[in-house]
Design a protein around this ligand. Structure first.
Ligand code: CTP
Ligand SMILES: C[C@](O)(CO)[C@H](O)COP(=O)(O)O
Length: 238
């Protein structure tokens, strides 16, 4: 049987408010390159990825195309489109742009632009898992005990053995994720990740056990961790 195509959708249209930097956090330097370049490099180098759709703030499209995509030779970037108010809106814009390229059965890997430590193995495992069901979610087991809290008072201590921390990529058949986003938009449902939209539609999302290094660079201390990870584990670009 012919393998389906796999596309990457990279939302990178946030404001980086929690980072508080003078430039948007995806352009902060990590090992001498913008964070976003490290992320894109993993997808560019993965033979299973056919094309990449990048979502950036509308007023950064030209900068991103010239200073990141062209400058680093990311030839698999087939679309750069403007983002929306929330991450969910940015992903929706990317899904619409992929209509020109993807068929309903193709797989789309949705991956935060600021998670540069995703590994090629996890991309391959995500594509395989998403191809055999409704979707696949890279996640790691919760290491800490998690509390449910209301008004500063603990309500409950959920059984930790059932708790996983969601990362990206979150990967789905193109038709499945388009339907889930469309339905969420119509219902005014807001989720903090893409899997929750598919779960809401009764979809079966499989866990792909992830990697604690696959951090989302969110606050200044994450940058220190990222530099340490880069020095210890990773050499992506030539
Ligand atoms: N409207 C938005 C918001 C977020 N993102 C992207 O979604 C990913 C994860 O979001 P997060 O780390 O929360 O980024 P920001 O929204 O930029 O951060 P903050 O909430 O601190 O402003 C990032 O790659 C970010 O650029 C996006 O494409 N569009
Ligand atoms: C999608 C995500 O990265 C999974 O952990 C996360 O939910 C994004 O949340 P954010 O608040 O938009 O950073």
């Amino acid at each position: 049987m012919k393998a389906c195509k796999a596309f990457a959708l990279i939302p990178a249209a946030g404001m980086g408010k929690r980072m508080g930097a003078s430039v948007n956090k995806q352009y902060l330097q990590l090992g001498g390159l913008p964070i976003l370049a490290h992320t894109l490099a993993v997808f560019q180098q993965c033979p299973r990825i056919t094309g990449i759709c990048l979502v950036t703030p509308a007023d950064e499209i030209a900068y991103c195309r010239d200073q990141v995509v062209s400058a680093c030779g990311f030839t698999k970037v087939i679309e750069i489109v403007p983002g929306g108010r929330e991450r969910q809106n940015s992903v929706m814009n990317g899904l619409k742009a992929l209509k020109r390229h993807a068929a309903a059965d193709d797989v789309v890997l949705i991956h935060d632009g600021v998670r540069p430590f995703i590994s090629p193995d996890l991309l391959r495992e995500s594509i395989a898992a998403a191809s055999s069901g409704d979707g696949a979610l890279v996640a790691v087991r919760a290491k800490d005990t998690i509390k449910t809290v209301r008004d500063g008072v603990v309500q409950d201590t959920p059984d930790r053995s059932t708790l996983w921390q969601a990362q990206t990529p979150q990967s789905f058949r193109y038709g499945v994720i388009c339907e889930a986003h469309q339905s969420a938009e119509e219902a005014g449902f807001a989720g903090t990740d893409d899997s929750s939209l598919v779960e809401r539609r009764g979809g079966r999302v499989r866990i792909v056990p992830g990697d604690y290094r696959n951090i989302k660079i969110t606050t200044p201390e994450d940058l220190i961790l990222a530099e340490a990870f880069l020095a210890a584990f990773r050499q992506v670009l030539p």
